[in-house]
Design a protein around this ligand. Structure first.
Ligand SMILES: [Zn+2]
Length: 265
């Protein structure tokens, strides 16, 4: 019997799911992933995420936001459009938003401007934030600190950082999203220690599908595409690292996620 789980980061609007989206959701539900939060990363993908969420509002929430990769395409007139999307009842959080200085697909000025615009909207509308940060910790922290007292909650999604970053986030009262990165024997090793430092009420789980297929699935799937049905595998990995029963971790992470994304309203 699989415990009930929530995948808090699923790019279900991604075109790799176009041919079999219902099947992907069905197999995830059969594996115990009863709820999913569909990530918006542009205005268009946010609209798609909301439309999907609307098809089964008990099952899904969407996020509404602009990924830092796309910050250069987001201009002042788009702010009103994003505000309207944030007000849709299916939207559980603002984001994903933040800074990514690893890929640098958008200039830093654009990334910082669009991050601020989204934090301002989230504060104004009382929405929690779904945060992305890579190789930009200090700039990210200094901007987030300006807004933190006005934000109801925030989650550092797909946390892959070091201990200093983790402690900074916990000090800002953020929740932490852990993906199958922890299953990566090449680059996820440090996370195995760090996840023990996360209080149970701050931890949530996500696949980030179709990205970040866990590298230690047995047998190895034919496709490189990650799916929400693999969330129980991530649960087991995190529980083993923390030395606690998977059932207890499932219960804690699920209740955190249901509350954070407003499933209980
Ligand atoms: Zn991200």
């Amino acid at each position: 019997m699989n415990p009930t789980l929530v995948d808090i980061g699923l790019n279900l609007a991604h075109d790799s799911f176009d041919h079999d989206r219902d099947h992907v959701v069905g197999t995830a539900v059969a594996a115990g992933v009863q709820h999913m939060v569909i990530t918006g990363s542009t205005l268009d993908s946010t609209r798609a995420a909301i439309a999907l969420a609307r098809s089964a509002p008990d099952r899904f929430r969407a996020t509404a936001g602009i990924h830092p990769h796309h910050a250069r395409e987001f201009h002042a007139p788009d702010v009103a459009a994003l505000r309207a999307l944030l007000l849709e009842p299916e939207v559980g959080a603002a984001g994903e938003c933040g800074l990514d200085y690893f890929r640098n697909f958008s200039p830093h000025d654009d990334q910082e401007r669009v991050f601020r615009q989204q934090l301002e909207l989230a504060a104004e509308l009382g929405k929690p934030v779904f945060l992305h940060q890579r190789d930009a910790h200090d700039a990210f922290m200094s901007i987030l600190k300006e807004y933190r007292s006005r934000l109801p909650a925030g989650v550092a999604h797909c946390f892959t950082g070091d201990e200093r970053e983790l402690r900074d986030y916990l000090d800002l009262d953020l929740s932490i999203g852990i993906t199958g990165w922890i299953c990566d024997e090449r680059r996820g090793h440090h996370l195995r220690e760090l996840v023990r430092l996360i209080p149970p009420e701050r931890l949530m789980l996500e696949t980030d599908a179709p990205y970040l297929l866990p590298r230690d699935l047995q047998p190895r799937p034919q496709s490189r595409r990650n799916e929400p049905k693999y969330l129980p595998h991530i649960l087991k990995a995190v529980a083993a690292c923390r030395g606690e029963p998977a059932e207890a971790l499932a219960e804690a992470t699920t209740s955190n996620a249901l509350r954070f994304f407003g499933f209980e309203k």
